[in-house]
Design a binder for this molecule. Structure first.
Ligand code: FAD
Length: 444
């Protein structure tokens, strides 16, 4: 245990770039090996947290970006999601609904052929997860965000709704982060929960998935999506498959595909979560055995190149100032404080065999209000991403990566406009002007 400040590299980097986070020598907690001081601390480095951190840094703010995993990118890079959804509206217009980090990310991925666009009821965007992970790291370096990885929330100093500091446990010791504003992008509302603020959990299991990337495939022989599903329904039992449908995301021009064919539980209990991870891989192995046997032309030589980290869709989310409802999603309700838009269907993985899939009309767009990312009882804490507040069905349509990134961007701007004060002092007109491309109604 040490009470002295031990990091030596940060002050060097601070001289290079004034936006760099400062080491704060006022170490208060005797367990802390060092304390960092920032304008904004983002916890969770998935698509929502990356968007928030990069936006805040581009605005000139000193940002610490923390994640429990030893790497950046959250589920986007590490759970083999493989497809950006909800960034575009439905065809035939295919309007882009979220901008922010996407245009420059897509441009960078296009340079190395690590992206491709699928035009169906909407545009979905295949990406190479390794290339995206590296893009995140390079952007963190370029913008001066200070990453703190392998760091889990240990305790939160919540002073009547003002989060003053958060302590993180790392394998190298405890690190404290003081900041004027905090963004919970943990997906599990871990910071809000640790701060003692109210949270919600689903009334019944919302299933996650253990994704796998397979290699040595013959894409030309791939079954049509409907054939894959009907074969799973006919023969899945023999192979012990739980899910009665499945999706294969082949990457054009490569012999690989991400398979989304399992349903796994996403427990919040640490021991159960560890066991579920092993059970999920067993289920994925059964899927591979099924594919090899039933579609030998396409999958006969398949090998698992990578198991993703267990994919968690909906676990715990916040109680906010406004819970988004299914009716508001269906009606395309636009709010006075809209911060994100998407046209993604209701995609509720509410039973083990499959999921509800409810696609909207061509001109449909639905919205997320600022109030739904504002936890009850908080002053300088917003959430971004899949722990936004909605009923389970509404949440299933706004947790895809397009709107998650838009929420992160809006949270970063909201704090840039109110830093040092309560976010309740925000003049929404100022925020609207900053994020107008993400909330435009497409006219003019
Ligand atoms: C199997 C599956 C398939 C999906 N398919 C698609 C798809 O095709 N297209 C699409 O757009 N969306 C898809 N989604 C939804 C989408 O991937 C997620 O909702 C989205 O990636 C969530 O992003 P996020 O940034 O909110 O959270 P996450 O990506 O979950 O990131 C949260 C981060 O917070 C960190 N964290 C958590 N707790 C702590 C803690 N206590 N301390 C520190 N750090 C912590 C985690 O390590 C993690 O890195 C899918 C989801 C799943 C599970």
């Amino acid at each position: 245990m040490s009470t002295t400040t031990t990091a030596t590299t940060t002050p060097e980097r601070e001289r290079d770039d004034p936006r760099r986070v400062r080491l704060d020598t006022r170490v208060k907690d005797p367990r802390e090996t060092e304390t960092l001081s920032a304008d904004v601390c983002v916890v969770g480095a998935g698509i929502a947290g990356m968007s928030a951190a990069l936006t805040a840094a581009e605005l000139g703010r000193r940002v610490v970006l923390v994640d429990a995993m030893p790497t950046l990118g959250g589920q986007c890079a590490n759970s083999l999601i493989g497809l950006f959804c909800g960034v575009y509206g439905n065809g035939p217009e295919y309007r882009q609904l979220t901008y922010g980090i996407f245009p420059r990310m897509f441009e960078a991925l296009a340079e190395t052929d690590d992206i491709s666009f699928n035009y169906r009821h909407t545009i979905t965007v295949n990406y190479d997860e390794i290339a995206v992970g590296r893009w995140f790291e390079k952007e963190v370096d370029r913008t001066g965000v200070l990453p703190l990885t392998g760091a889990s929330i240990l305790s939160v100093d919540n002073d009547g709704g003002h989060i003053r500091s958060v302590q993180f446990s790392t394998r190298y010791g405890v690190v404290g982060v003081r900041a004027d504003a905090f963004i919970d992008a943990t997906g599990d509302a871990a910071l809000v929960w640790e701060a003692g603020l109210p949270c919600r959990v689903p009334e019944r299991t919302i299933w996650g998935s253990q994704q796998v990337r397979l290699e040595n495939l013959v894409p030309e022989a791939a079954p049509e999506p409907a054939d894959l599903v009907s074969r799973v329904r006919e023969r899945g039992d023999e192979f012990g498959l739980i899910r009665r449908d499945g999706l294969a995301f082949f990457f054009p021009g490569r012999d690989t595909a991400v398979m989304n064919m399992t349903h796994i539980e996403s427990p919040l209990d640490p021991v159960d979560a560890s066991t579920a991870q092993i059970r999920g891989k067993e289920q994925a192995d059964r899927v591979v055995a099924f594919l090899k046997d039933q579609f030998p032309d396409a999958f006969g030589e398949a090998k698992v190149r990578l198991y993703g980290l267990p994919g968690r869709r909906q676990t715990r989310w916040i109680e906010s100032q406004h819970q988004l409802t299914l009716d508001e999603v269906r009606n395309g309700t636009k709010f006075d404080d809209t911060i994100a838009q998407t046209a993604w269907p209701i995609e509720l993985h509410g039973h083990p065999e499959g999921y509800t899939w409810d696609v909207f009309d061509s001109d449909h767009v639905h919205s997320v209000p600022l109030r739904s990312i504002t936890p009850v009882g908080s002053e300088n804490l917003l959430v971004a991403g899949r722990c936004v507040d909605g009923d389970a069905a509404a949440l299933s349509s706004v947790r895809v990566m397009g709107p998650c990134a838009a929420m992160g961007e809006a949270a970063a701007h909201a704090f840039d406009l109110t830093l040092g004060e309560s976010v309740s002092t925000l003049d929404f007109g100022d925020l609207r002007a900053r994020i107008r491309r993400n909330i435009s109604d497409g006219e003019g």
